[in-house]
Design a protein around this ligand. Structure first.
Ligand code: CGF
Ligand code: PLP
Length: 791
């Protein structure tokens, strides 16, 4: 496709799809017209892919996920179709700025963080690898909330992405399933039948996800909840307008909002309804497709690999058994075995509060047949175990992690360390019973979005040096190794990073009126705000550094800009306190004329995928400082390393593997290991001891306590300080001194400009293994038993 073709297609869509003319078109009109023109180009690959899949009778991967944190799609599609030059030329020819048009697209924020972003990277990799796959999830009307700050405090507003025309999706009026809740289970003619008493329609919306070079496109199918029947005309005619619309409003509630937390179960009944709604609709769809293609039920595992992304879709186990046994007459044992042959489960966290449990009462009232089947599955499983130690329910609750484990043929952890910890802790008993079930598939990120499109300068340098194949074969980055001692390459590498930092500085100035020095170290911590991720450790170190600089303003300080971004779950009070504290500290430090040229603190609002794409290429130092044992993997850490920001971090999650690959000398390691963390917690008064031993830590805490950062309300952070000097479960105080030391090592390394650029370039050259293509290949061989197709 030439630029002229693309331009003609844009104008055609502007006229005939949008009914707008070039003289009056808004930015939004142009963006939609461009999106539709680009979308036309990917429909062909989409059809080719499904034809090839059907012709081969190929096994398909079904990725069930409550979250898909997609971000913008237009740039992804342009880059993967290799239409960058054509799009630029066509838009310039129309008098439009390509960057502004592309940035007009709102982020599709149908996820909270790592888990949802991983699902989005996986979808792109599955298409790149030409693996037949569907992603299944929920088409939330409101994605993750918008965050702003008022007097430093987080304020949440609803995300309204669907108020704009969503150019990428196709509504499938012919793909609708009736989903039931509640009701009763009866025996009818020798069969068990569930009669639900509430029902909603699951309506499919499809988004094609295009792979590298447009060779293949898979479908992301999202379900929207709709009423069975329109509104109540009788009531309407009686003038009861609100009541007439009630059934519709109630039905829509199910797909109304994304729960703003992926680690705790909330809103119990609605959350469980959401989980059942999208899982059951997806299974119905999978079976419909399988049967339409003439499959025999016993062969289902040969044709369908169903991945459960965390426990959110764990009800898939009993639901698939119900569909096979109750509705299709397969004997129960065989139905369980068949379902297990299809299902596999990814565990993303070991934190007890995050392992879902549903009260048996709620289950029995909402999903009465499933509760019965869970008991049958539990009994069948108990019969297999000599000790009968593992049970799917305890204390009146169903344990969804155990249910997912028992109903899956493979269970995977998301990093090597996390997988080991799964075996030793939450799933120790189950692992003993099924020693081959747990496997490790360390997470990855798609290089198309996280390097090629997010960091065009570095991408161009890499392509100039080793050719473009790295984009679909990221391990080729190793071929940069000889260049790591080439001064010309390192100069170009450093120039690309500096230009990215200048861009970010300009944007900070334009958007927020902030002035930062692009030659300072950009020290970045961006992720959900959570105690285990320890943003408070970072801010304590910042305060201590500020005090040191103040005490010795003529010292040889390395200038730093500390950049934070991230959302706190609205109900997570302590995390919101951390946000406020960082904002309060930033206000004081940024206004301090003595320290100003050495230290700035910035908390950017509304962290999302697009902001990550802007910040990561400009980062010098990547903060991955979780309490060891708590971050299952991390994926942000991989993006930073790939983009040449060395990590300061603990031996946690995938940090361990990043350090192994980039080399210990190119990673600022500090802190206790997972084992040491456990031992330290057992020391009485560990926090007080740590505080007493480190005057910088006690000084920083004292500053907070005396109201330095909250002069109008001296005791604002009494709770934070009490937590840190009391229980300090996440061992902020005990790791402080080691963290401080690592930061000073980072300072010294940064001051050596040549050494730093080599370190940064080493991180890029040695991060090739962290491609989500590698992760997907691992799932294909270890879990799904699927092969790629040749379109
Ligand atoms: O999943 C996470 C993230 N919070 O979404 N977990 N969950 N649930 C982990 O905490 C991350 O460490 C991990 O990288 C991510 C994806 O596996
Ligand atoms: N949120 C967004 C918007 C992201 O882009 C990412 C990863 O890049 C994450 C969350 C996950 O970050 P982390 O792995 O640091 O928790």
């Amino acid at each position: 496709m030439t630029a002229a073709d693309l331009r003609a297609s844009i104008l055609r869509h502007l006229t005939y799809s949008l009914g707008s003319d070039a003289d009056h078109a808004t930015q939004h009109d142009w963006r939609i017209a461009l999106s539709l023109a680009v979308r036309d180009r990917l429909v062909e690959s989409w059809f080719t892919a499904s034809r090839a899949t059907r012709a081969a009778g190929a096994k398909r991967v079904y990725y069930l996920s409550m979250e898909f944190l997609i971000g913008r799609l237009l740039e992804d599609a342009i880059v993967n179709l290799r239409l960058e030059d054509e799009a630029r030329e066509a838009l310039n020819g129309l008098g439009l700025d390509p960057v502004t048009v592309i940035q007009d697209e709102p982020d599709a924020a149908l996820g909270n963080g790592g888990l949802g972003r991983l699902a989005a990277c996986f979808m792109e990799s599955l298409s790149t690898l030409c693996v037949p796959a569907f992603g299944y999830g929920i088409r939330y009307e409101h994605g993750l909330f918008r965050q702003s700050f008022e007097e430093g405090r987080q304020v949440e507003a609803p995300e309204e992405w669907l108020t704009q025309y969503h150019a990428w999706e196709f509504e499938r009026r012919d793909v609708r399933f009736k989903m039931c809740f509640g009701g009763e289970v009866v025996e009818e003619g020798g069969k068990t039948v569930w009669h639900g008493d509430q029902a909603v329609m699951a309506q499919a919306f499809d988004t094609p996800i295009i792979g590298w070079q447009g060779r293949w496109a898979n479908t992301l199918r999202l379900w929207s909840a709709q009423p069975l029947h329109g509104f109540d005309l009788d009531r309407f005619n009686r003038g009861e307008y609100a009541a007439a619309a009630e059934p519709e409003a109630l039905a829509r509630t199910i797909s109304r909002v994304l729960y703003p937390d992926d680690t705790t179960e909330q809103g119990k009944e609605l959350r469980l309804k959401q989980e059942y709604f999208f899982t059951a609709a997806s299974l119905r769809d999978i079976l419909r497709r399988f049967e339409a293609e003439g499959g025999q039920l016993a062969d289902l595992p040969k044709r369908a690999a169903i991945q459960l992304n965390d426990t959110h879709p764990a009800i898939a186990g009993p639901e698939l058994v119900r569909l096979l046994h109750d509705e299709r007459g397969m004997p129960l044992d065989q139905a369980i075995a068949t379902a297990r042959g299809c299902l596999s489960y990814t565990n993303h966290t070991l934190m007890p509060e995050a392992l879902e449990r549903w009260s048996e009462g709620l289950m029995r009232s909402l999903l009465p047949r499933h509760m019965q089947l869970i008991e049958r599955i539990d009994a069948a499983h108990a019969a297999e175990q000599p000790s009968r130690n593992v049970s799917l329910s305890s204390d009146g609750e169903v344990r969804m992690g155990e249910l997912a484990f028992v109903m899956a043929h493979k269970v995977n952890g998301v990093s090597a360390l996390h997988t080991d910890l799964m075996k030793q802790t939450v799933f120790a008993e189950l692992h003993r019973l099924h020693p081959d079930r747990i496997v490790n598939e360390t997470n990855g990120v798609t290089p198309r979005r996280w390097l090629l499109s997010a960091n065009p300068r570095l991408s161009a340098l890499i392509t100039d040096t080793i050719g473009v194949d790295w984009a679909h074969d990221l391990e080729q980055l190793e071929r940069l190794e000889p260049s790591l001692t080439d001064p010309a390459f390192l100069d170009a590498y450093a120039a690309a990073k500096r230009a990215n930092k200048v861009d970010l500085s300009d944007w900070l100035a334009a958007e927020y009126g902030l002035s930062v020095d692009p030659d300072a170290m950009f020290d970045v911590q961006i992720k959900r705000i959570h105690e285990y991720k320890r943003q408070h450790l970072n801010i304590l170190e910042t305060i201590a550094l500020w005090r040191d600089i103040k005490a010795n303003p003529d010292g040889d300080w390395v200038p730093r800009v500390k950049i934070f971004a991230g959302k706190a779950a609205p109900g997570y009070f302590f995390a919101k306190e951390i946000i406020r504290l960082i904002n309060d500290v930033a206000a004081v430090i940024n206004a301090d004329p003595v320290t100003n040229k050495y230290l700035k603190v910035i908390f950017l609002p509304n962290y999302n995928v697009s902001l990550a794409e802007r910040l990561i290429p400009a980062a010098d130092l990547s903060e991955q400082i979780s309490t060891a044992g708590k971050e299952a993997s991390g994926t942000g850490n991989m993006k930073f390393a790939l983009n040449g920001a060395p990590t300061i971090g603990t031996l946690d999650g995938a940090n361990v593997e990043i350090r192994d690959r980039v080399g210990a000398r190119n990673f600022f390691l500090f802190g206790m290991t997972a084992d040491e963390v456990e031992a330290r917690r057992a020391v009485p008064d560990h926090a007080r001891q740590a505080i007493a031993a480190d005057p910088r830590l006690s000084g920083a805490l004292m500053e907070i306590s005396r109201g330095t950062f909250s002069p109008a309300e001296r005791h604002r952070y009494r709770g934070v300080v009490a937590n840190l000097s009391g229980d300090d479960y996440f061992l902020v105080c005990s790791d402080f001194t080691a963290y401080w030391d690592a930061q000073r090592r980072a300072d010294a390394a940064f001051a050596d400009a040549d050494g730093w650029r080599r370190m940064a370039a080493c991180n890029t050259a040695r991060s090739g293994w962290f491609s989500s293509d590698r992760t997907i290949r691992g799932y294909m061989s270890d879990i799904w038993d699927v092969a790629p197709l040749d379109p």
